[in-house]
Design a protein. Structure first.
Length: 633
């Protein structure tokens, strides 16, 4: 009887086909002709498919196979040469996808139906079972023969699955073996294709089909070193099955198998926990450059414009284009900074989980770091931004948001996304209602949460809830990035960014609700872009997050500029120093609030040139002390 085949998605991924088979078996077919070579898109699609299989209750087991004459030929050697940043991103994607396959909490079967060479064989070894269909194809690890480097996670997977002698023969011999020879090396075992592929009959001379009981619903995801699935025949053959996965009744089960894999892959997991996503750091670094420009203007520029609020702007006030755009290009800084803080938090928590850290310890770290960041505004930044007064601005918003994320992260992603959208779209109505309740003038609690305000010695520039909404959007994006991978996340960002810009045009064009009462004076470009930041209006959030999404979507495809990545990896360190440096320089030169745009741009360049070497050294120190005090800054 021919098995039922049901496509899982209406719009299949471009390089991995996903189908359902009877008995809860999901088949993932690599489809990147001619060799199913591994590039960013194939690995991202495979990561997406694995994430979906992991969370689907209807999936009892996963079968991985290839289309055409190849299971997989390994790395795509025909791809354009990658620079350092994109190469780093590709290695991270390779590592994360293989770890996701290795640790999938459901049985996985590699049905090797064609050539499995180099990285293609590593992909098969990451599965719990390897079943070889009869045919004229080759299997081997030939990296040494072609002079290719060997990723750490691939080396650990080979060590996990094969005995030392057989791993050495494959790795150092670098030969390509026939399917029958590969069986002798313990790479897999022969099996008929009918049950898994839906063929009407097995290949001539092949053993009988894999029994249905050989795939159980939930038996653990990672295998033991060189272990057989049945103690005896498979172990004597050097079989590369997985303890706790087959029906042989070995001890350990899912927890034991996962523990074995975690211990064997400790170096790779530790390395993953210390790495960052270059695209996020690149964008954060760009934000630091723009932020330096804004604060150089605040210290040197006598003609600086701060009119981005209905309270600060009187209709008809001239807005010189040069001064306006110098201020406007920096508007993206705070939304990007807060959005990336939310995304980084989601990624950081996944790294804490990968290291086996308890949820309570993670909460204590987030709480301590959030309180520290919030306190830095009144005790460190206020005396340069507002001498003699206390100023709550972006660090207060980020720190307060992190504190609130300790309980909020327990909610579902859907609930947090809904909360964020309610705050963004309903923020103006909520602000109006709160002001109506207190008689039109904000009280301190209302100012801290919704409106901001001036209370003499205390200035609240960044009310918590509007900026928490942006952090929640960043958190939801980070969670999506973890679940689907950079390629799919990049496509979402581009679509969301374009939608947000369309929303901005509509809201600003209607010139009513969504502008926080900062209406356009006329139809000029300056007036279209003159939106309310204090507090953030719907038009402001849509415009700035639209630009952030497009920029990050492009950066996920290709990171440009190592120096921006360095600044992004030391963003808080840079932030805590640059305003003080600029203020000291302006005071020393006698140009405090007395210069112009030329002095502003010159001061920005000098500040970046002076602080970059310090940031580079601090980054090296931070990487050398991942568990020390630098993780808070």
């Amino acid at each position: 009887m021919t098995p039922r085949v049901t496509p899982v998605y209406d719009a299949p991924m471009s390089m991995v086909r996903v189908e359902e088979r009877e008995g809860g078996v999901r088949v993932l077919t690599l489809d990147h002709p001619p060799a199913n070579a591994e590039n960013e898109e194939l690995l991202a699609d495979l990561g997406t498919a694995l994430a979906a299989a992991r969370t689907s209750d209807g999936v009892r087991a996963v079968v991985l196979t290839g289309a055409g004459k190849f299971f997989s030929g390994g790395f795509d050697l025909s791809a354009p040469r990658r620079d350092d940043d994109s190469g780093h991103l590709f290695r991270d994607l390779f590592r994360d996808t293989h770890l996701a396959l290795l640790a999938l909490p459901k049985p996985t079967v590699a049905m090797v139906n064609g050539h499995a060479i180099a990285g293609g064989l590593v992909l098969a070894l990451a599965c719990d079972y390897r079943l070889g269909v009869e045919g004229d194809y080759r299997i081997g690890l030939n990296e040494v023969a072609i002079g290719a480097s060997y990723p750490g996670v691939a080396f650990e997977i080979v060590r996990l699955r094969l005995t030392h002698a057989r791993a050495s023969e494959l790795l150092l011999g670098a030969a390509l073996y026939s399917a029958n020879q590969a069986l002798r090396l313990g790479v897999g075992r022969a099996a008929a294709a009918r049950h898994l592929r839906g063929d009407r009959a097995p290949a001539r001379g092949a053993p009988r089909e894999l029994p249905a009981r050989g795939i159980r619903p939930h038996q653990g995801g990672a295998g033991g070193r060189g272990g057989g699935t049945r103690p005896g025949r498979d172990a004597r053959r050097g079989g590369a099955g997985c303890r706790g996965v087959d029906h042989g009744g070995e001890p350990g089960g899912a927890q034991g198998a996962a523990r074995e894999a975690r211990d064997a892959l400790k170096p790779a997991v530790t390395d993953a926990g210390q790495r960052r996503l270059p695209a996020l750091d690149w964008l954060r670094g760009l934000v630091m450059v723009l932020m330096a420009l804004d604060h150089a203007s605040g210290t040197f520029n006598a003609g600086r414009l701060v009119t981005d609020s209905s309270v600060l702007y009187r209709p008809g006030t001239p807005l010189p284009a040069a001064q306006f755009f110098t201020r406007w290009v920096t508007h993206v800084c705070a939304p990007a900074f807060v959005f990336l803080a939310g995304a980084a938090l989601a990624l950081s928590i996944e790294k804490h989980r990968a290291r086996g850290e308890a949820a309570g310890a993670t909460d204590r770290f987030i709480l301590a770091r959030g309180l520290l960041i919030a306190v830095l505004d009144p005790v460190w930044m206020s005396w340069v931004f507002a001498p003699g007064r206390v100023l709550f601005q972006v660090l207060y918003a980020i720190g307060g948001g992190l504190v609130l994320m300790v309980p909020l992260r327990r909610l579902s992603d859907r609930a947090l996304l809904g909360t964020a959208l309610v705050l963004v779209f309903g923020g103006e109505a909520l602000t109006g209602a709160a002001l109506a309740l207190v008689g039109g003038t904000p009280t301190l609690p209302v100012a801290l949460l919704l409106t901001g305000g001036d209370f003499g010695r205390l200035i609240v520039a960044y009310p918590l809830l509007p900026w928490l909404a942006i952090m929640l959007l960043g958190w939801c994006f980070g969670r999506y990035l973890v679940a689907t991978g950079p390629a799919r996340a990049a496509r979402l960002l581009v679509a969301a960014g374009l939608a947000a810009l369309v929303l901005f045009v509509v809201v600003r064009g209607v010139d009513g609700y969504g502008n926080m009462r900062l209406a356009r004076d006329d139809g000029s470009l300056v007036q279209w872009l003159h939106v309310s930041k204090y507090p953030p209006s719907l038009a402001y959030v849509a415009l700035e997050l639209g630009l952030v999404a497009l920029g990050l979507g492009l950066a996920l495809r290709r990171v440009l500029g190592r120096r921006l990545v360095v600044l992004g990896q030391t963003a808080l360190f840079f932030y805590l120093l640059h305003v003080h440096l600029l203020t000291l320089a302006a005071w020393t030169l006698g140009l405090l609030h007395r210069g112009g745009l030329a002095a502003t741009y010159a001061a920005t360049v000098v500040a970046l040139a002076l602080l970059y070497p310090l940031c580079d050294r601090y980054r090296a120190y931070k990487q050398a002390h991942p568990d020390g005090w630098p993780r808070y800054v």
